[in-house]
Ligand binder design. Structure first.
Ligand SMILES: NC(=O)c1ccc[n+]([C@@H]2O[C@H](COP(=O)([O-])OP(=O)(O)OC[C@H]3O[C@@H](n4cnc5c(N)ncnc54)[C@H](OP(=O)(O)O)[C@@H]3O)[C@@H](O)[C@H]2O)c1
Length: 270
C-alpha cells in the first residue's frame, strides 16, 4: 500500500485525509505535518492519523502531498530538498505554483504532479485536475488519479490550463456558497424565517446539482423547463440580466485566473 503524507493539514489537507479514510484507506498508511500542536492533536484524535515532522514524512512516505498556502512554499522546499530522493512522488495542491518551481528547488529528477482539487473532497465530491511535471510518468499520474478518484472526480489536463482550473473549480465551491448565501438573504427580505429560507435554498441547490449531474441535460434546458411564459422565473431572470450577473461571473472568474497566474509568477526564477 502506498504511504501518503499530507504536508500542511489545513482545510484542503484535512479534506484529503478525511476523504482518503472514508474511501477505505487505513490510517496507518497516512500521516500529516502540522505546525500547531493543538491542531495536530485534534486531527489525530478525530481521524486516528499520526502527526509527524517533515523529516519523518519524507523518510516514511512514498507520496508527499503539499497542501500549504502558496506563500509558505519556499521554506518547505528548502527543507524537503535535503530530505527527499527521486523515489518520492511530490504532489502539489498549491494554487498557482508550477511544477517547474518544485523541479528547480528539489533534487534533479524528482517526479512532481500538480493538482487543483476543491473542498467538496471532504464529502467525497471533489473535482480535481491533474497535470504531470517533467519527470512524472504515466504510473505516477495513475497513482494520483487513483488517490483523488477515491475522493471525487478527476480530469487530466496540460499544466498550461491549471490557472483556469484554479479559477473555475478550485474556487468554484465558494461561488456557489456565495450564491446560496445571497438567496437565503432574499428569503429573509421576503419575510421568511432564516431556518426556513436556509432549508428551502440548500435543498434547491442539492436538487439542482443532482439534476445537472444525473440527467446529463444542458443547464439551459433545465432552466428553460422552469421558465414559463409570463411566469415568475422569467421576471427574476430579467433582473439577473439587468444587474449583469453573467458578466460579473465572467469577470470574477477571470480575476481569479489572473491571481493564480500572479501567484505562479511570484515564484518564477529571477
Ligand atoms: N481552500 C480551497 O478551496 C483550495 C482549493 C484548491 C487548492 N487549494 C490550495 O490548497 C493549499 C492549502 O489551502 P488551505 O485552504 O487548506 O490553506 P490552510 O487552511 O491555510 O492550510 C495550510 C496549512 O498548512 C500549514 N503549513 C504551512 N507551512 C507549513 C509547513 N512548513 N509544515 C507544515 N504545515 C505547514 C498551515 O499552518 P499555519 O496555520 O501555521 O499557517 C495550515 O495549517 C493552498 O496552496 C491552496 O492554494 C485550496
Amino acid at each position: 500500500m502506498t504511504r501518503i503524507a499530507v504536508l500542511g493539514a489545513g482545510k484542503v489537507g484535512e479534506a484529503l485525509l478525511a476523504g482518503l479514510l472514508s474511501s477505505g484507506r487505513s490510517a496507518d498508511d497516512l500521516m500529516f505535518t502540522e505546525r500547531y500542536p493543538e491542531r495536530a492533536a485534534q486531527l489525530t484524535e478525530q481521524y486516528g492519523v499520526s502527526s509527524v515532522g517533515v523529516a519523518e514524512a519524507a523518510k516514511r512516505a512514498d507520496v508527499l502531498v503539499v497542501a500549504v498556502k502558496p506563500q509558505d512554499i519556499d521554506p518547505l522546499l528548502v527543507e524537503l530538498n535535503e530530505l527527499i530522493t527521486t523515489r518520492t512522488l511530490v504532489v502539489s495542491m498549491c494554487a498557482g505554483l508550477p511544477t517547474q518551481l518544485y523541479e528547480r528547488c528539489l533534487p534533479a529528477g524528482v517526479p512532481v504532479v500538480r493538482v487543483m482539487p476543491n473542498t467538496p473532497m471532504l464529502v467525497g465530491e471533489a473535482m480535481s485536475a491533474v497535470s504531470a511535471g517533467t519527470h512524472a510518468t504515466e504510473e505516477h499520474l495513475t497513482l494520483v488519479e487513483e488517490m483523488l478518484g477515491s475522493v471525487g472526480k478527476v480530469v487530466k489536463l496540460p499544466e498550461a490550463q491549471q490557472d483556469a482550473v484554479t479559477a473555475l473549480s478550485g474556487s468554484g465551491p465558494a461561488y456557489f456558497f456565495y450564491l446560496v448565501e445571497a438567496m437565503i438573504d432574499a428569503g429573509i427580505l421576503l419575510g421568511l424565517p432564516r431556518a426556513v429560507a436556509e432549508q428551502l435554498i440548500i435543498q434547491s441547490a442539492v436538487g439542482a446539482s443532482t439534476m445537472l449531474a444525473r440527467t446529463g441535460q444542458h443547464p439551459v434546458t433545465l432552466r428553460e423547463a422552469v421558465t414559463s411564459p409570463g411566469g415568475t422565473t422569467i421576471n427574476a431572470i430579467r433582473e439577473l440580466e439587468k444587474h449583469g450577473v453573467r458578466a460579473a461571473l465572467l469577470a470574477a472568474i477571470e480575476a481569479a485566473r489572473d491571481r493564480s497566474v500572479e501567484l505562479g509568477k511570484a515564484h518564477e526564477e529571477d
